[in-house]
Design a binder for this molecule. Sequence first.
Ligand SMILES: Cc1cc2nc3c(=O)[nH]c(=O)nc-3n(C[C@H](O)[C@H](O)[C@H](O)COP(=O)(O)O)c2cc1C
Length: 225
Amino acid sequence: MIDFEAFFKITYGLFIVSSGNKTKGNGFISNTVFQVTADPPRFAICCNKNNFTADFITRTGVFSVSILEKDTSPEIMGRFGYKSGRDFDKLQGMSVKYGETGVPIVLNESIAYLECTVSQTIDTGTHLMFIGDLVQSAVLESTKEPLTYLYYRQVKKGIAPKNAPTYIDKSKLEASKPSVTFKKFKCSSCGYLYDEETEGVKFSDLPDSWTCPICGTEKSDFIEV
Ligand SMILES: Cc1cc2nc3c(=O)[nH]c(=O)nc-3n(C[C@H](O)[C@H](O)[C@H](O)COP(=O)(O)O)c2cc1C
């Protein structure tokens, strides 16, 4: 038997993984970044093969990791986590620093960053795991806390989309839950759908201060569908 709730007990951070160069770059939200060795310092990231950023990392052999602050805005999560760089220039208008390798590093709402060169690529099926040797790292905000996946899910009521390794298919989740009536609520601004069944929390139980994880629209502007 597989209890998908057990998966949610694994802790993660949340990051913007970027790649490319000064001419063209791109980045995506990732919760799968972790240190794999101390000497030399090496870090792994897991990138869906369909992510636009995957092509950049494969082509340039470099990536950066921006470690997001606890109160990262829905705009940053929406821009880098729910939209693709195939449709618009995600780095346009962002505060970007270029690393020693020329890789773009997003500074917005980030407390620290890492710059890495790819030393190994592992094909895991849907995702490529890139192992990177550290080139440089720096702290941007020493007093702020990092955003965790748990905080994003439980407090911000955010979810992971299909390309995230931690995405759980709705039908599989349904099968492991008791049958009760669930409702869906749509954001009147961006169309984001809050599904009580997937979220496991009734819409009415969300605090009044809750806002759309995509565009920041207020709870009162959601419509039941
Ligand atoms: C909370 C969250 C966690 C995510 N984690 C990952 C991840 O670890 N790996 C991944 O490939 N995509 C992950 N994604 C999905 C990508 O960020 C998303 O597909 C993005 O739009 C890809 O952008 P791109 O096509 O411009 O590269 C995550 C998204 C969110 C919101």
